[in-house]
Design a protein around this ligand. Structure first.
Ligand code: SF4
Ligand code: SF4
Length: 160
């Protein structure tokens, strides 16, 4: 670069204007910052979040207390007891204990579950931080908690 062009570049503040143009492009462009924890990005399709039990569209639990998940689990996460519902003659769980701190997220319990759709599935929930170790042990009613209720549970709040 010769002296004249360097002088012109300095005189017309070319480098500063270039820098400002980059700043303006990002300032007015599409925002990519997520306001976590108020906003949470959707998880990828095959993401394995915390295991949850699910209900059908009428709010009826899908689990039939067959204990196939318990038999499939290699780290002994489950303790399940069921009774036969006198009205529907189907089994339903009365005890469903699950230990998150033993889970390796292998997915064998989900594969073994015979119901359609699966009673137990990986959720999208990745926020599992807690200072209270007892919150890593779930009982039947806790297994249905999701979203804010699940976060409240992890933080030691009352169960809904
Ligand atoms: S994901 Fe694997 S380790 Fe976790 S509860 Fe299911 S079978 Fe057990
Ligand atoms: S979650 Fe599925 S495999 Fe486990 S007891 Fe219920 S129905 Fe059986």
């Amino acid at each position: 670069m010769n002296k004249v062009s360097r002088f012109l570049k300095t005189f017309f503040l070319v480098d500063i204007l270039r820098g400002l143009a980059v700043t303006m492009r990002f300032y007015f462009g599409r925002k990519i910052t997520i306001q976590y924890p108020e906003e949470v990005q959707p998880s990828p399709e095959r993401f394995k979040g915390i295991l949850r039990l699910y209900k059908d569209e009428n709010g009826k639990p899908l689990c039939i207390a067959c204990k196939a998940c318990r038999r499939a689990c290699g780290t002994n996460c489950f303790d399940i007891e069921g009774v036969r519902d006198p009205g529907t003659r189907t089994m339903r769980p009365v005890k469903y204990d699950w230990k998150l701190d033993r889970c390796t997220f292998c997915g064998l319990c989900v594969e073994a579950c015979p119901t359609t759709p699966k009673s137990i599935r990986f959720s999208e929930e990745f926020r599992m931080a807690t200072a209270d170790k007892s919150r890593l042990h779930f009982h039947l009613e806790d297994m249905y908690l999701k979203g804010k209720d699940l976060q409240k549970f992890f933080q030691g709040g009352s169960k809904t």
